[in-house]
Write a protein that binds this ligand. Sequence first.
Ligand SMILES: [Cu+2]
Length: 290
Amino acid sequence: MLIKRILSVITSFIILFSANSVFAEQAVGVSKPWQMGFREAASPVMERIVDFHNFLMVISVAIAVFVTVLLAYVMIRFRASKNPNPSKRTHNTFIEVTWTVIPIIILVVMAVPSFRLLYYQDKAVNPEMTLKAIGHQWYWSYEYPDHGDFVFDSVMIEEEDLKPGQERLLHTDNEVVLPVNTNIKILVTADDVIHNWALPSFGIKMDAVPGQLNETWVNITKPGIYYGMCSELCGVRHSFMPITIRAVSKEKFALWIEEAKIEFAKNKSVPKNNLTSSEIEFVSLTSNSK
Ligand SMILES: [Cu+2]
């Protein structure tokens, strides 16, 4: 009876996992049901983050196993019932040097690739274009400084307005279109409070700080739709300011840019008032005095 039950649980798990692999191609840059570990990497930075994670995992597991075995050995070998007269030893120079030096070596082995990765994700080498993301309460707006003077807002689509294929709480009305196989410099800032522009598939999690321009980069390796979200608690609708990126070929991107220049240039005709209340007061006072 018990064996039957266990078998049925195992088969249902196999069916669940194989069903997911059938749909794997449809969902790009989004978490899948029953997923373990990271989203599929879609940039050289994320590929290196995954490799570094796997490398650290081996070290962590080896240390955990070693400590557990050592603890079990000590508990059995030196148990009170077999050792009525406990040892009075307090020092052993060789062991003390060993348990200091080996952890230092392990930390250095971990630190070297960690710092290399940190500097690798810091700045793009020869960026071909720039994307500027600006965080607002509670949506993102985007500029393409190398492609003309336009800006657009990216606001989450509410659940009742979702179209088939759009992910709940993740899809925005205006998608950020980017070309694949291009070194893209990403500038991140904010308008009001601290936000965070996070895109797991690209290995990006960059603070958006008002008055500060933070830089990172991406080179998207596969076309598709990628989802991200604000990752800094920024107010009541913090959970509802996602990022939707459509990665396309360079040719399609060139076409989209031409359309975007026309479509979003209109928004520019109504300039956004970025002044603070004290600045507005100052402007109105000085203009009245003339
Ligand atoms: Cu935010």
